[in-house]
Design a protein around this ligand. Structure first.
Ligand code: SF4
Length: 377
């Protein structure tokens, strides 16, 4: 297949769905088959295509922690707000991260009160700002998995090569394998398989997931983002489960190689090293779960250059993002969902990000339900 509409072919989708229903093992409603989609991009793709209503009732898709803005804890947003509020600084970040709520507001709230916060499309845009504003300190607030870390690393290498002294990065990069290990270490996990992340796997490949079948006896299928990709990945998972196999399989072969992208991996390890621990919302301190700049790049490390509060700050009591991110709660089970918390006025990060589970439920399920209720009176 070559064109995007071929990956949305309704006849092929119907055929895959029939196979999924035929292969679904018998399960009572109170003991559904729980499969986790790790990636927030998958969560949105699944809801956008309306897949939950088409799948067997006893097959439950559980959202995972694969939204980097959502897992970034409140204290790190607060650090960025402090940096943005410095008189000489320009704080740059991607759009989602600028809207994520900190304990005293988001970066966009800080901008509204006078801080110089700029939304950029690339870390190179932030570097260009540093070049054109030599009298200012330009900090890039970096949030993301292995997907965005290579571009940030390449920007830091360029900043060093060009000798740009007023550019630095506040790294909140997280790593997917430690996050999955933390999910699997949670007591009472009833997960029986994973839809593996697509974009991260383009960088790291399929090999790093071998611990899931080998140490936990669970299957994982890396998937693309179109409806037929996801349906085929679900069918591959059901095939493994019904045939008593557990393996790493790769549905997304048009993008993901077994060993990933060597150039991207090389530049990540040239610039970054794993932290001993990094706090994820919902999972707490994850061993090896985040990246910091290596010592040889300390001149570009905002944590080395500036004094930051670095505090651990709890989420608002009403917000259940921590439970949503580990699949323990559905977005609509949070009392604030679609009332106190909406995309226009988010209480938690999961409602902000284009990869957040609450934003997906609000955009595709809640609105659909509201339109249906209006239409039927
Ligand atoms: Fe957090 Fe809002 Fe989601 Fe509730 S609905 S879990 S407050 S983001």
């Amino acid at each position: 297949m070559k064109y995007i509409d071929e990956f949305r072919d309704p006849k092929l989708a119907a055929s895959l769905l029939a196979d999924i229903h035929a292969r679904m093992p018998d399960r009572p409603p109170d003991n559904p088959l729980k499969l986790m989609e790790v990636c927030g991009g998958h969560t949105h793709a699944i809801h956008r295509a309306g897949l939950p209503s088409l799948l067997p009732d006893a097959l439950e898709l559980v959202h995972g922690p694969g939204c980097p803005v959502c897992v970034t804890p409140t204290g790190r947003i607060d650090d960025a707000v402090v940096l943005a509020s410095e008189e000489k600084s320009i704080l740059c970040t991607f759009g989602d991260a600028a809207r994520a709520p900190g304990s005293k507001g988001s970066l966009l709230d800080a901008k509204a009160t006078g801080a110089d916060v700029r939304v950029v499309y690339s870390p190179l845009d932030a570097l260009a700002l540093a070049e054109t504003h030599p009298d200012r300190e330009v900090v890039f607030f970096a949030v993301g998995f292995e997907t965005t870390a290579p571009a940030v690393a390449a920007t830091i290498v360029r900043a060093r090569r060009q000798g740009i002294p007023n550019f630095s990065v506040l790294s909140n990069h997280v790593l997917v394998v430690p996050g999955l290990k933390a999910i699997l270490a949670r007591p009472g996990s009833k997960l029986e398989g994973f839809i593996g992340p697509g974009h991260v796997s383009c960088t790291i490949g399929s090999e790093p997931y071998r611990f899931i079948p080998e140490e936990h006896g669970l299957p994982i299928v890396i998937s693309g983002f179109e409806p037929l990709d996801l349906l085929q990945a679900l069918l591959m998972l059901l095939d493994q489960l019904t045939q008593g196999r557990c393996e790493v399989e790769n549905q997304y072969q048009r993008a993901v190689q077994p060993h990933g992208n060597p150039t991207a991996k090389a530049i990540i390890s040239q610039v970054f090293t794993a932290r001993p621990h990094f706090a994820w919302r919902g999972l707490g301190p994850v061993p090896g779960g985040g990246l910091r700049l290596r010592d040889e790049f300390a001149a570009f490390d905002a944590e080395e250059r500036f004094s930051l509060p670095g505090k651990s700050v709890p989420d608002p009591k009403a917000c259940r993002c921590g439970e949503v991110l580990v699949g323990a709660k559905k977005p609509w089970e949070c009392g604030a969902f679609a009332t106190r918390c909406t995309p226009e006025n988010p209480l938690g990060a999961c409602m902000v990000s284009s990869e957040g589970a609450c934003a997906a439920s609000y955009a595709y399920e809640h609105r659909r339900q509201v339109s249906w209720e209006k239409a039927t009176g």
